[in-house]
Design a protein around this ligand. Structure first.
Ligand code: ATP
Ligand code: MG
Length: 378
């Protein structure tokens, strides 16, 4: 178990315990300090294989010019991933411009924000305005929450992506810029998952590369590194060193973090602020994470899944045994199996492997699922 009982005491601002970061994240942090100083530093805490794999992929696609689509639940860190790609790529000397797509509910304003306008092109356009695409010339434009981009701007964006050209509102002079597009969404990744208000052709145009940031509950012990990282920051800012009790950590370990890293920041900060002593007990934060009993219950099978992922047991010694001892009910085992199947594209052979079992266990495994009616509907 990393970091437990070995709290690190930060010296000055910006000092981040190197044990919180994998090698690529350390590089990204360094690049962000070169680019933006300490105020804009990008710290991607976590050393899980899932996170490292995403950063690895980010570094591979960083030097291409084609668009990237980032997906992942809310609060997983898509914004920092977009910055990381920018920093790792050769455009890092150029600008990084963020557009929050849902900000504009009006077609003209959206088009104007992205592509600019000529004075008088619509009511309220009192002067010429450069759009974000021009601002981002030579660099990267980050289109956040792309699923909420106004329909009126989607066709223009599609054209800009295919031809590299666009025309500001009210102008007849096409412009050409050299911009790399990174788009993000927390909706399901499919042309239809983005909703009927999103053009399928634009979706495929944006998804040249696809990076998926996994939820925090699938990132092993990253949550614990984040807890310590956040505590360090709070200690630096408020001068008092505090840590979570064993019971508090137990509770966090058993939680599924539906709001991901953003939620964890809130819980740790609240626990730090509300605890009277230097050891943070569950009372200081439990109201935040007990709200929804479902999220605790789900973790019973999640922890079995995690044990298997860490090679601390196979299906028989984790899920099967707990099921036989009635620690897990049928629905929980079913949902663990369903979860596993989504990881392996529905193949029971590969599920076997994921669950730490040798090929020769196939028949026994399938018989068990069948006998106890644990197979999720296909
Ligand atoms: N691995 C990480 N290490 C440190 N901080 C992180 C990490 N991941 C996310 N954060 C922080 O958590 C917060 C939420 O992350 P972010 O805003 O990037 O989420 P998001 O995926 O863009 O969510 P949404 O879909 O809701 O916009 C931010 O303050 C971010 O800096
Ligand atoms: Mg975001």
């Amino acid at each position: 178990m990393p970091m437990m009982g070995t709290r690190y005491h930060p010296g000055r601002e910006g000092e981040i315990d190197p044990r919180f970061l994998g090698p690529l994240a350390a590089r990204i942090l360094e690049l962000s300090r070169e680019r933006w100083d300490h105020s804009g530093e990008v710290a991607i805490v976590g050393r899980s294989r899932r996170l490292e794999a995403v950063l690895e992929k980010a570094s591979r696609v960083a030097d291409f010019d084609e668009p990237i689509l980032l997906t992942g639940e809310s609060g997983v860190g898509k914004d920092s991933l977009a910055q990381a790609i920018y920093l790792l790529g050769s455009r890092r000397e150029g600008p990084f411009v963020t557009v929050n797509c849902p900000q504009f509910q009006d077609g003209n304003l959206t088009v104007s924000e992205l592509f600019g306008h000529k004075r008088g092109s619509f009511t309220g356009a009192v002067a010429d305005r450069k759009g974000c695409f021009e601002e981002a010339d030579g660099g990267v434009i980050f289109l956040d929450e792309i699923g909420d981009l106004h329909m009126g701007a989607q066709l223009m964006l599609l054209r800009a992506l295919s031809s590299g050209e666009f025309t500001p509102l009210g102008s007849n002079q096409p412009r050409r810029v050299n911009v790399r597009v990174i788009a993000a969404t927390n909706r399901t990744l499919s042309a239809t998952g983005l909703g009927e208000h999103f053009r399928g052709d634009l979706f495929f145009r944006l998804r040249y590369f696809h990076l998926h940031q996994p939820p925090l509950r699938e990132r092993g012990d990253d949550w614990l590194l984040l807890v310590n990282f956040i505590l360090d920051r709070l200690q630096y800012r408020h001068g008092i060193a505090k840590s979570f009790s064993e019971q508090s950590l137990q509770m966090m370990r058993a939680y599924s973090w539906p709001g991901n890293v953003r939620e964890l920041f809130g819980v740790v900060t609240s626990g730090y602020a509300l605890s009277s002593g230097e050891v943070i007990e569950p009372e200081a934060f439990s109201s935040l994470i007990e709200m929804d009993g479902n999220h605790m219950a789900r973790r019973v099978e999640d922890s079995a899944i995690r044990q298997m992922a860490l090679n601390q047991g196979d299906f028989w010694s984790t899920i099967h045994q707990r099921y036989m001892e009635r620690d897990l009910n049928r629905d929980q085992v079913k949902s663990a199996v369903a979860w596993g199947l989504t990881r392996v594209n529905g193949s029971y052979r590969r599920l076997l492997k994921l669950f730490g079992l040798p090929d020769k266990d196939y028949q026994r495994f399938m018989d068990f699922l069948r006998h106890h009616k644990l197979k999720p509907p296909a």
